[in-house]
Design a protein around this ligand. Structure first.
Ligand SMILES: Nc1nc2c(ncn2[C@@H]2O[C@H](COP(=O)(O)OP(=O)(O)OP(=O)(O)O)[C@@H](O)[C@H]2O)c(=O)[nH]1
Ligand SMILES: [Mg+2]
Length: 302
């Protein structure tokens, strides 16, 4: 087994224990594909946080395919379910990180932004890219220190200023350093706390303007971090952020801590933004580029 699939499997253990066990149990108890089987399957999907809308759609697709292909054998249902789930969470156009890139990492308090930046830095560094991090969360000194530690772990450089300084001025400094050092990827942390919509919009707009003005040649990406444990509330958060800024990708963190990893289905369906990375633990290696097939294999125990 490749190490990537092992990472997915380990990180998604809780969801798998909840989800795959129930699914396998369901298909072992039912000898026929009937209404009862669909009803129980519906409950399992909803209980994994897939949401009612997505669940009903998945069940309908399943019923249609079973009918069309005249399937009677219960053992054929799980592979079909797998196919449908993969399709549900596949998003074709993922953002490109080939050229000079600035990644702005946003999200509410405590979702895992700073940790994700540390892990992302390591991923890009290992790919041979030159990475620079900007400490745009100037709200508290501890945030800057925490980011400093992550940069040391990932062995990338940090641009920071003191607590209370203007976040966009830190980003400005980061851009200038990135240009001077011929950096490939500049990753910017932002504060998650004490935001009302107006202030958030003001701050993100200001940062965006600085990037557009000072670094127009760079590919600007905004990644929204969502904690998988927040369930449907994560979708509410994303809708909130979407009103304030465009979002190019979602990083879904702490999947290792939830048995309801099915939340990825409504996230991918409703928000129309690709999930780009998933957080599967607290360590520096515990961030994986999102892979639909590996994800579904892991939660279905294939
Ligand atoms: N289990 C697990 N924990 C994670 C993951 N990602 C982040 N965490 C933990 O979540 C907590 C908060 O992470 P931070 O990176 O500080 O979150 P943040 O969004 O920067 O928080 P603020 O700066 O306070 O807004 C830390 O204890 C991290 O170790 C993950 O994928 N899995
Ligand atoms: Mg932080």
């Amino acid at each position: 087994m490749s190490s990537i699939i092992t990472k997915f499997k380990d990180g998604l253990k809780k969801t798998r224990n909840n989800f795959a066990n129930k699914i396998d149990d369901l298909f072992s108890r039912h000898l026929k594909i009937d209404e009862e089987l669909y009803e129980e399957l519906e409950e399992i999907l909803i209980s994994s946080d897939m949401g009612i809308e997505a669940t009903l759609e998945i069940i309908e697709m399943l019923q249609n395919q079973i009918k069309e292909n005249k399937i009677q054998d219960v053992s054929k249902v799980k592979p079909l379910l797998k196919e449908i789930l993969v399709k549900e969470i596949t998003y074709k156009e993922k953002p490109d990180q080939e050229e000079k890139t600035v990644i702005l990492v946003v999200g509410v308090n405590g979702v895992g932004k700073t940790t994700t930046i540390g892990k992302l830095s390591k991923i890009f560094k290992d790919e041979g890219k030159k990475v620079l991090v900007a400490a745009g969360d100037t709200f508290r000194a501890a945030a800057i220190e925490q980011l400093e530690k992550w940069c040391q772990r990932a062995q990338v450089e940090l641009v920071s200023n003191k607590e209370g300084s203007d976040p966009s001025s830190v980003i400005y400094d980061g851009i200038n350093a990135a240009k001077a050092r011929n950096t490939d990827i500049l990753i910017c942390d932002t504060a998650g706390r004490l935001h009302n919509k107006k202030n958030l919009m003001k701050e993100l707009n200001k940062i965006s303007r600085v990037i557009d003005k000072e670094y127009p040649e760079a590919n600007k990406l905004v990644y929204l971090v969502i904690d998988a444990n927040t369930g449907q509330n994560g979708i509410v958060q994303a809708e909130y952020f979407k009103e304030v800024t465009n979002i190019d990708g979602i990083v879904l963190t702490k999947l290792d801590g939830t048995s309801k990893g099915g939340i990825i289905v409504p996230i991918q369906r409703k928000l129309d933004v690709p999930v780009v990375y998933v957080g599967l633990g607290e360590g520096i290696e515990d961030l994986q580029k999102f892979d639909e097939e590996k994800f579904v294999d892991s939660i279905l125990n294939y």
